[in-house]
Write a protein that binds this ligand. Sequence first.
Ligand code: GTP
Ligand code: MG
Length: 258
Amino acid sequence: MIVPFFIGYMLRIPVYYHNLLIISRYYHLISRTAVIIMLITKCTFSTSNWRLNRLGILARIFARSRKTSLTIGIVGAPNAGKTTLANRISSECGNGTPLGVVSPIPHETRDVVALEHCTITDQSGSLDLTVVDTPGIATTVDYREFQSHGLSKQQSIERAKEATRGVIKAIQSLDNMDAAIVVVDSSEAPFDQVNWTVLGNLEARKIPLIIAANKSDLPNADPVLVREAFQTDIIPISAKDGTGMNELYGCILSIASM
Ligand SMILES: Nc1nc2c(ncn2[C@@H]2O[C@H](COP(=O)(O)OP(=O)(O)OP(=O)(O)O)[C@@H](O)[C@H]2O)c(=O)[nH]1
Ligand SMILES: [Mg+2]
């Protein structure tokens, strides 16, 4: 871009026209880059007021570049409360259509289900969210587990097959996500191989993630242990009663600003 600009200037010929086209095409990029460089290098401005305002102006430039839409996947182990959370987001920010059935039997969700046009709003504007509920990710699926929930042997074997396919679908769906909420059941020990598998997969794909320590309403919930296990910020929530949802929405908006 610089080279034709320079040649145009040296020759003073119709390359000017070409340069004008470049400038109009890249106007936003050029002006924004110029302002950012000017602010960072202090340029010719040096009054203290200007210096004080610099950070605010930079913040506004970046705030304006927040994404207007985002696809966020809800991922985690079976029974962590992913569908409960997806349904809550739909009822609070979308058209209220449930994304799926909530059940104490693991692997209830065996397909990836998306709901478009959920809206989260703050003072900077609104974010158009596509929420994706995914099947629970497991390292093993044992049909006998379903028998203990009252399913017949044949039903259990069938469900185990579908659940295994669901795990693969859940991992494949990560490729289509801009960000993810990893739902962890904070009433159970977080040192679970599945959680590490999920986090490892997201980190390998460089997908920004939020860890939601769910079921904080339960007396044995221990979100602090979840924080210690993952050595990172987590958001305690209860998808069931809505605790912590505003913090979760704030985090999603922050990711959209990155
Ligand atoms: N107390 C409490 N129970 C919850 C909460 N969220 C979910 N549950 C319960 O946990 C169980 C599993 O919830 P689901 O939303 O179906 O979990 P899931 O992660 O979608 O499970 P799979 O689809 O099997 O992967 C259900 O009995 C829910 O009622 C919560 O915040 N608090
Ligand atoms: Mg589910």
